[in-house]
Design a protein around this ligand. Structure first.
Ligand SMILES: [Zn+2]
Length: 405
């Protein structure tokens, strides 16, 4: 049967993706600046491109940011497979030797702001989506493309889509962001939690410190103790650097004291903790016990920032899941080597898709590692040979997942 979605037909459809076309679309996307909060023009361009392909799309407003663009095929299917990518970039950092919006190709690399993070991934998702829509194959799951805003800020675009029900009941989600390129699949990510630790001492004249309790000196002891805490390792999980995944925490800020001749009575410490999958995100009790052991004169209050833009739970999508197995299989077939499964070390939209949307998710896309991994750096670039390959992998993975309801 010509229209059955078997592996050879999937391979044939995916192989129709032209490298040049993904490259040209990546260049178009790079040439339209879209620093977070300023995604409107790019959103309009993407919406127009989808319409030009004969696809019906929707824009979803996001307060303070450009709108998200959503496009779905396979109407009537109860569950859908979501392709998600962010449109926004960080600011232009100092030190570019290329035009950050020039999208120049040189020595096999495409240069530009967002080349890695993640306009080439977004272009590959779009071309894969169009190829799937045009394939005429009888999809038994829906397929949805989502271009989102505000990812580099606080993930507001994806969070808006989740709260508006756009990921409800989704069967799987692929975020087209390649942390390390197409030889790895990110099927897990650490969680992130931010803490304020407020110390209250007792003021006294600065010439008689013995009469007061110095909150700044106590905070310094807290910082050292936090820095020396023994952190857990997950021996079975690899980080993006292909090392055993560790929990980490970083003191971000310490502030307090006065410029009068007084023993300072207040000081605050801000901390971020990155948590392993299957571990509690809220570390307040653990932090409190370390601080208690210091027997400080100051009293301390530890608060967790619980806003959804601050608190990210870790996730782990099982290596045995349909999503991870299918994506691994097609990376192997198209790229010639099975991918390694890795755990993302920082927070991203896939945390929210797993946590708030309760959807199995992976990150997979064009990307670089080592000295080429210039994420959020000047002269960001992507090797062009990954672009069509990424689209073929997306196309195949989604078609296979979509051949069952
Ligand atoms: Zn990104």
């Amino acid at each position: 049967m010509r229209n059955a979605i078997d592996d050879s037909r999937i391979f044939e459809v995916a192989s129709s993706v032209k490298d040049d076309e993904v490259l040209r679309l990546s260049q178009d996307l790079i040439r339209i600046p879209s620093i977070y909060g300023q995604e409107k023009e790019l959103a309009e361009h993407i919406a127009g491109t989808l319409e030009g392909w004969g696809l019906r799309m929707k824009t979803v407003p996001v307060k303070g940011y450009g709108p998200c663009v959503v496009c779905a095929v396979g109407k009537g299917a109860k569950r859908s497979i979501v392709l998600n990518g962010h449109m926004d970039t960080v600011e232009v950092k100092e030190g570019w030797s290329h035009d950050p919006f020039g999208a120049k190709v040189q020595g096999g690399f495409l240069y530009g702001l967002g080349a890695l993070d993640m306009k080439s991934g977004l272009a590959a998702l779009m071309i894969a989506f169009r190829t799937i829509a045009d394939s005429g194959l009888p999809l038994r799951s829906g397929v949805t493309f989502q271009a989102v805003s505000g990812e580099e800020d606080n993930g507001i675009g994806t969070r808006t889509l989740i709260s508006r029900g756009f990921l409800k009941g989704a069967k799987a989600a692929i975020v087209g962001e390649g942390f390390g390129g197409l030889r790895v699949i990110t099927n897990a990510r650490r969680g992130a939690s931010y803490y304020d630790i407020d110390l209250l001492g007792r003021s006294a004249h600065g010439a008689t410190p013995e009469l007061g309790v110095n909150a700044v000196a106590d905070a310094a002891r807290v910082v050292v103790a936090l820095d020396n805490m023994k952190m857990k390792t997950a021996p079975n999980l690899l980080s993006e650097e292909l090392k055993p995944l560790r929990e980490t925490q970083t003191v971000l800020n310490i502030s307090g004291g006065s410029f009068s001749l007084s023993v300072p009575d207040r000081c605050s410490v801000n901390l971020v903790r990155f948590t392993l999958p299957n571990r509690r995100t809220d570390a307040r009790e653990e932090l409190a016990s370390v601080i208690r052991a210091l027997r400080l004169g100051s009293s301390t209050v530890i608060s967790l920032k619980e806003d959804p833009g601050d608190l990210y739970h870790p996730y782990l999508t099982s290596p045995a899941s349909d999503l991870v197995r299918t994506a691994s299989k097609w990376v192997g077939k198209h790229a010639g080597a099975s991918p390694k499964l890795v755990c993302g070390v920082s927070e991203a939209d896939d945390n929210k898709i797993a946590e708030l949307g309760n959807v199995p998710v992976i990150c997979l896309g064009p990307g670089e590692r080592g000295r080429l991994a210039k994420y959020h750096q000047p002269d960001e670039a992507i090797s062009t040979r990954q672009l069509g390959l990424a689209a073929r992998i997306y196309c195949s993975t989604v078609l296979e997942l979509a051949r069952t309801p």
